[in-house]
Design a protein around this ligand. Structure first.
Ligand SMILES: [Zn+2]
Length: 298
């Protein structure tokens, strides 16, 4: 069996900017620590709102957003970006949902097979994706969550053949928004003249409703202070999605202050045995002669 020469982390997400605004600190931190951090991005964010000035010099929203993603990938120190070549499905009830190339139209098995193939190629020890409600119930986030969970298991199966050797990553994490922080934000927003039922650039995210959704346990907290600037720089790459909003003041700053330069994860595999919280997603995976060897599986 071939050992990786470098630890590998794979993040599987849906749109350009998911990698930065969610778990960007974590990705930058592991890249800084010498891990080969790869990103699978299912779409090019075709359904995102992009103001005309941001399209100057680009043929399409997809081209602009891919350029923004490549800029962010460089700031975060990613080793590679891999597109699944689906189309952004947009928010529920929009015509983008019906597009034949839309991610949510693709069969789950097809999407999972593509991700499993990438897992076998890259051989990551750790895989990250969205939580079961995709953070804020974006249909693409939920589709990618489901496909990644299936792919994680599929990649290690000996009888599943796709021309590559079976490979089982050691750990699977879901990025989660702690409900305590969400509850606090929803209480605070009206005091700041903001409506928690219409959050986000397009006002289509109902934060208050999310409090009632699945409360996912937090098994790992990653403090990304050493690379906080890299995350901010990556966010600036996504100018078309910021709507002229500064990261250093206004709602983005406020959201960041609440999260405290920490990112939170639920460990889906292996399921933790006790209430112990990890601070390192590679805990329990040890380096031997510059290569990773699996150690005490919990
Ligand atoms: Zn997204």
């Amino acid at each position: 069996m071939i050992e990786n020469t470098k630890p590998v982390l794979l993040s599987v997400l849906a749109h350009p900017d998911d990698e930065t605004f969610g778990m960007g600190g974590t990705l930058a931190l592991y890249a800084r620590r010498g891990v080969a951090v790869h990103l699978v991005c299912a779409t090019r964010g075709e359904a995102g709102d992009v103001d005309e000035p941001y399209l100057q010099g680009y043929y399409s929203i997809a081209e602009r957003r891919e350029a923004e993603l490549r800029c962010a990938a460089m700031k975060l120190g990613l080793a590679g970006v891999h597109f699944l070549e689906y189309r952004d499905s947009g928010m529920p009830g929009t015509p983008d949902n019906q597009h034949p190339q839309a991610l949510i139209v693709a069969p789950l098995d097809e999407v999972a097979a593509k991700i499993a193939h990438t897992i076998r190629e890259l051989r990551p020890q750790v895989v990250l994706t969205f939580d079961p409600i995709g953070g804020y119930k974006h249909p693409d986030h939920i589709a990618i969550h489901n496909a990644t969970v299936r792919a994680f298991e599929l990649a290690g199966r000996g009888e599943y053949q796709d021309g590559l050797d079976p490979y089982q990553p050691e750990k699977l994490y879901f990025y989660v928004m702690p409900k305590g922080i969400l509850r606090f934000a929803v209480r605070l927003m009206p005091l700041l003249g903001r409506d928690p039922h219409h959050f986000g650039r397009n006002g289509d995210v109902d934060l208050a409703a999310l409090i009632e959704e699945g409360d996912f346990p937090i098994h790992a907290v990653v403090d990304y202070r050493p690379v906080a600037e890299a995350k901010d720089d990556a966010a600036l790459c996504h100018a078309s999605q910021l709507g002229g909003v500064s990261l250093r003041r206004g709602p983005m700053r406020w959201a960041q202050a609440l999260m405290g330069k920490k990112e939170y994860f639920m460990r889906a595999y292996p399921l933790p045995k006790n209430g112990h919280r990890e601070q390192d997603l590679f805990a329990g995976i040890s380096l031997v002669n510059g290569a990773i060897a699996s150690s005490a599986r919990e």
